[in-house]
Design a protein around this ligand. Structure first.
Ligand SMILES: C[S@@+](CC[C@H](N)C(=O)[O-])C[C@H]1O[C@@H](n2cnc3c(N)ncnc32)[C@H](O)[C@@H]1O
Length: 324
């Protein structure tokens, strides 16, 4: 049995949310059938990390979500007959609960929920060192997560990661949603289509009518929250500066990953992400507005040259860092 955090009292929305994100990564939720974009994006990260993982290694997946990166990592290690200790870390109970459900039978997996409440009841992130009980990792991976960390928290996180690696330990991450001057003109950021869906629906009549019925400050708060679901990407330099400040040596590579139209629709209909169309009612009202918007957005991307008939192209950056 896996150890550590277990979900408690998840409501219907949270369970559906975890299930939907899992199905956005795996066709029909079948872990032997990863969606093309998930397989292609995470494979390169694994190519960088696996050569540094040995029998008995302590490996951390920072931002494990529903387990997408961990599942792919374990597939490769199982195939090679390498046993490790894998610590999964994430703040989002709905998605992390799904990871626990999928991986609960494995003795080699440990779960740490990365948020807690401080003395005044505020939700705060836990320190990596505390979550690892002071142990040092051989390898830390972080897939599709760092672009969600606020810029103001990046430097501290990089120091925590460096502090939780053994000497010679490795930190490998990927992100499809950081700005880079190296991104080709016919390739977009991973979340560009979803930011465009948000813009497409911003002035939608039904949405505006619902917002106008809310108290002004509630409507404003709701709009701000929605804008944070797909934050404007920061530049790769900001991330690299934060990581270098923690004394890690760096190598960067990149990859273009095709994201199929049907996968894009499945992705943006994940309940927590579909909140970009709130306050349209959860369910059919919200989903049909999003389905229409994503079709229009993908058509625009085809005209702009960042998508083909079947997929849009997303630009992924990979960081490989050694603790000297
Ligand atoms: C796109 S998911 C990636 C999950 C998994 N690594 C995968 O490849 O499928 C990003 C994860 O980052 C977590 N996350 C969001 N904001 C975060 C933050 N500020 N610090 C750490 N993790 C965060 C989310 O809860 C989410 O599970």
């Amino acid at each position: 049995m896996a150890s550590g955090w277990t979900p408690q009292g998840l409501d219907e929305f949270q369970i559906a949310d975890g299930e939907a994100y899992h199905r956005a990564l795996y066709l029909d939720g079948d872990i032997s059938r990863p969606a093309g974009w998930h397989r292609d994006s995470v494979n390169h990260l694994l190519d960088l990390a696996i050569p540094h993982i040995n029998e008995g290694s302590l490996v951390v997946d920072y931002g494990a979500g529903t387990g997408g990166s961990a599942i792919e990592l374990l597939k490769v290690l199982d195939e090679k007959g390498i046993s490790i200790e894998l610590v999964l870390i994430d703040p989002l109970e709905s998605w992390f609960g799904k990871a626990r459900e999928i991986l609960h039978e494995r003795n080699d997996v440990h779960f740490e929920l990365s948020i807690t409440q401080d003395k005044s009841g505020r939700t705060v992130f836990r320190e990596l060192d505390e979550m690892l009980a002071g142990r040092k990792a051989d390898v830390i991976i972080s897939s599709s997560t760092l672009h969600l960390v606020p810029i103001s928290a990046l430097e501290d996180l990089a120091h925590q990661i460096s502090g939780s690696l053994k000497t010679g330990g490795i930190f490998v991450w990927d992100s499809g949603d950081v700005e880079s001057a190296l991104r080709p003109k016919d390739v977009s950021c991973l979340h560009d289509p979803y930011r465009s869906v948000r813009e497409y629906l911003r002035d939608d009549d039904a949405r505006q009518s619902l917002l106008s019925k809310m108290a002004a400050e509630d409507a404003e708060r709701s709009e701000k929250r929605i804008d944070r679901i797909f934050p404007v990407p920061f530049s790769i330099e900001i991330l690299m500066r934060a990581i270098s400040s923690a004394g890690l040596l760096s190598r960067i590579s990149d990859h273009v990953v095709e994201f199929a139209n049907e996968d894009a629709e499945r992705f943006i209909l994940v309940p927590r992400l579909a909140e970009i169309a709130a306050p349209l009612m959860q369910g059919e009202e919200r989903n049909s507005a999003i389905r229409h918007a994503i079709k229009e957005v993908l058509a625009e991307m085809r005209k702009a040259g960042t998508a083909s008939d079947s997929a849009y192209r997303s630009y992924w950056v990979y960081g490989f860092h050694i603790k000297p």
